[in-house]
Design a protein around this ligand. Structure first.
Ligand SMILES: [Zn+2]
Ligand SMILES: [Zn+2]
Length: 252
């Protein structure tokens, strides 16, 4: 089993990352992809991936941080991506109109610039979307050569179905296990299994009974269990298929 999206560079893991990764291993989670949300965090993700053989990483600037984008940042990201074989995607990038931490036109420009980078580097993109699906779709259609995952997918199926038909992956977190998430469970039900990734988005979004506390890669099992239940598959089947999907997407 692989945690396809977590933030191991977050300060929540500064004190005990080795123990966290050992616990993941003990729970059958043999690998993880640590995702960047800024240039600074990308550098830290790369250090972690250098230190731990089973960890891979991404480089990218989150839409929350788009307002801090400097003209030189695309070049910086490109240099980072080319400097380590552990960098497997550009991310996380996208649009967040829920928090609006950056002006929307800036978010769109920074998203486009990083998709251009992904295309130039032949890397897939890890895409964050919150209350912005129409603009997101419009931008992504201009980059048909960039494979992508909509991570932490909370979209209703009708909104993402055309993307999935064109080859997009959907990443699901423990949000799908929460009682109110019937729409997300319906999206899981409709999504073909060969397009499904599992992730924690740790340290955020811990599953019950850890809800409200720190999430960590070991808990990605809870997401796999939920998907098994919704899809009427065994946990072993979900493990096998999502592992295969994650390896294919990130070329691990
Ligand atoms: Zn995100
Ligand atoms: Zn994330």
């Amino acid at each position: 089993m692989i945690d396809s999206h977590c933030h191991l560079a977050d300060k929540a893991f500064a004190g005990d990352l080795a123990a966290v990764l050992l616990r993941a291993e003990e729970h059958g989670v043999h690998s993880a992809v640590t995702i960047a949300d800024s240039l600074q965090e990308a550098r830290r993700c790369m250090e972690i991936a250098d230190e731990y053989e089973q960890v891979f990483c991404t480089v990218g600037v989150h839409p929350h941080n788009a307002k801090d984008w400097q003209p030189d940042d695309g070049k910086q990201l490109r240099m980072l991506a080319l400097s380590s074989p552990k960098v497997r995607a550009v991310g996380e990038i996208g649009l967040d109109y829920h928090y609006d931490h950056s002006p929307r036109d800036t978010q769109r420009a920074v998203f486009r610039e990083q998709l251009t980078l992904a295309a130039a580097l032949s890397l897939p993109a890890v895409v964050h979307c919150r209350e912005a699906i129409q603009d997101l779709k419009e931008i992504l259609t201009a980059f048909p050569a960039v494979p992508f995952v909509i991570h932490c997918c909370t979209e209703v199926w009708e909104d993402v179905a055309p993307l999935v038909e064109q080859g997009a992956y959907l990443g699901f977190t423990a949000i799908a296990t929460y009682p109110k998430s019937e729409d997300i469970r319906r999206t899981i039900r409709e999504c073909p299994m060969d397009r499904v990734l599992i992730e924690t988005d740790a340290p955020y979004l811990a599953p019950a009974p850890h809800r409200g506390g720190r999430n960590e890669p070991a808990y990605v099992r809870e997401v796999a269990k939920l998907i098994a239940e919704v899809k009427s598959l065994s946990l072993a089947e979900v493990d096998a298929i999502t592992t295969k999907n994650t390896i294919a997407f990130y070329r691990l």
